[in-house]
Design a protein around this ligand. Structure first.
Ligand SMILES: Cc1cc2nc3c(=O)[nH]c(=O)nc-3n(C[C@H](O)[C@H](O)[C@H](O)COP(=O)(O)OP(=O)(O)OC[C@H]3O[C@@H](n4cnc5c(N)ncnc54)[C@H](O)[C@@H]3O)c2cc1C
Length: 438
């Protein structure tokens, strides 16, 4: 991909003022793509269909501030209602797209107020992802329906229900030691709950972060009184009547252990909401398969955000930064404009008042170098051979900013230079022989 030249989709005609664009999904990606289309000059009809109620809103606070302090949906809105009016975006809420007729270029909807169907010239699928179902270890059924007190966290309504339950909760068990599980653990401790995390993999954050980051966060949680069981799994979910009362876990060491639980959060990842695309014959496989511009094999259908997977990559990137970047890419392709610069993926996670910032993508085979940053901070630098691929910075915004810049420019110090704690990050100057650009 060339950063500044017109996209290869630039040979297309830009969408004209008579075109109709329908966006399915009013989350970060859907909201961003309508904004990008308008800012890149699209003058035609623009429709945003959302299964949820209300305005598109910020999802990250659902496991952080909104869960801790409570929040109304309006205060979390990405943009005010007036923005959509001014920019002529027709919104349909509580409306679910149930089918796509590709031949007729028409979508079918289920809604009390929206039309039953509508046509499109370009259809953009931004349906996001849904919590991976956690199955009851005994019956094999979806545990959500099996007991009161079992929760997931994806939408505003989930957060409202979880917060109410946490306020009344004594003992929380979290299944899954990923970022959402860890963030909820921190919030739950602040709300006074006893918290246990049960992680099936040998360690927390196994799929997404180096061991050094996992160690740092494990220690942080343990210092706040969270019990973490790694290489462990829930084998029995006990109920009193319909309510969960405890779970029995198989620990890594072998013995079974009983954990009191009046609340359980299943935080075991998310799966793409790609059923619509699959049903109309589009290629799916861990998400809707798209090319570098976000276009599916059907030239009139595009996909972005959590639900989309680039055909050359095995993973989907689930982050706000990625949703926003893909929105710019899709809008640029539709309007035959130059592509945005390539994205170095970036993420953040807030826990116990501290912030972890990540740039780049870590892979399990990477080696890493760890540094102390000031009194409280750490930075962890992952390398594939000589190539810097990611930085994880805990309470170290300066290291994050520099690391992100180094990843963007491809000019960075070798790991041996970073390993020397006497070196100040700011002192590294790119030199012909000192950097290792890929
Ligand atoms: C609790 C939590 C914390 C997070 N924290 C962070 C963080 O700290 N940093 C970060 O970068 N990312 C974070 N994320 C991830 C980030 O929120 C997602 O990557 C982002 O929301 C993806 O945007 P999206 O538009 O693709 O999907 P979503 O935001 O999920 O939006 C998809 C929308 O489509 C709607 N929809 C689905 N199917 C249909 C249909 N058939 N018809 C109509 N509408 C439909 C859904 O209801 C939903 O409203 C967090 C996610 C969660 C759940």
């Amino acid at each position: 991909m060339n950063a500044t030249t017109a996209s290869s989709a630039g040979s297309r005609q830009a969408l004209g003022p008579d075109a109709e664009v329908v966006v399915v999904g009013g989350g970060h990606a859907g909201a961003a793509v309508v904004a990008q289309l308008r800012s890149q000059g699209f003058a035609g009809e623009l429709v945003l269909i959302s299964a949820e109620n209300g305005l598109p809103y910020h999802r990250p606070p659902l496991s952080k501030k909104a869960l801790l302090e409570g929040a109304d949906m309006a205060s979390m809105s990405l943009r005010p209602e007036s923005w959509y009016v001014t920019h002529r975006v027709t919104r349909h809420v509580c409306a679910t797209v149930t089918g796509i007729d590709r031949a007729a270029r028409r979508v079918h909807l289920q809604s009390a107020s929206a039309p039953e169907s509508m046509t499109y010239d370009a259809l953009i699928l931004a349906t996001g992802s849904a919590p991976r179902a956690w199955t009851d270890p005994v019956t094999g059924g979806d545990a959500l329906g099996l007991a009161d007190g079992v929760h997931v966290l994806r939408d505003f309504d989930d957060a409202v229900a979880l917060r109410a339950a946490l306020l009344a909760c004594g003992h929380l068990v979290i299944v899954g030691g990923g970022y959402i599980g860890l963030e909820v653990a921190a919030t739950a401790r602040a709300l006074g709950c006893e918290v246990c995390i049960v992680e099936l993999a040998p360690r927390i954050l196994q799929r997404v972060a180096p061991e050094a980051t996992a160690r740092l966060l494990r220690q942080l949680h343990q210092s706040h009184g969270v019990q973490i069981f790694e290489g462990a799994q829930v084998v029995v979910l006990q109920r009193e009547g319909k309510r969960i009362s405890s779970v029995r876990i198989q620990t890594a060491e072998g013995p079974l252990r009983e954990l009191q639980a009046d609340l359980l959060l299943a935080g075991i990842g998310a799966v793409p909401r790609d059923a619509l695309a699959k049903a109309c014959g589009l290629e799916v496989g861990n998400g809707i398969v798209v090319n570098a511009h976000g276009q599916t094999e059907d030239p009139a259908i595009w996909a972005l955000g959590d639900v989309a997977r680039h055909r050359d990559q095995s993973i989907r990137i689930e982050s706000v930064g990625n949703a926003n970047h893909q929105a710019a890419l899709v809008a640029a392709a539709l309007m035959a404009r130059p592509e945005p610069l390539p994205l170095v993926p970036w993420f953040w996670s807030d826990q116990y008042g501290g912030r972890l910032q990540i740039a780049g993508l870590w892979q399990p085979a990477d080696r890493w170098v760890e540094r102390q940053e000031g009194a409280q901070g750490r930075s962890i630098w992952s390398y594939q051979g000589p190539r810097l691929v990611a930085v994880d910075a805990w309470q170290a915004p300066g290291a994050y900013v520099l690391g992100k810049k180094w990843l963007e420019t491809g000019q960075y110090p070798p790991s041996e230079w970073l390993a020397n704690q006497d070196h100040n990050l700011k002192d590294w100057v790119p030199q012909a022989l000192s950097g290792v650009a890929s």
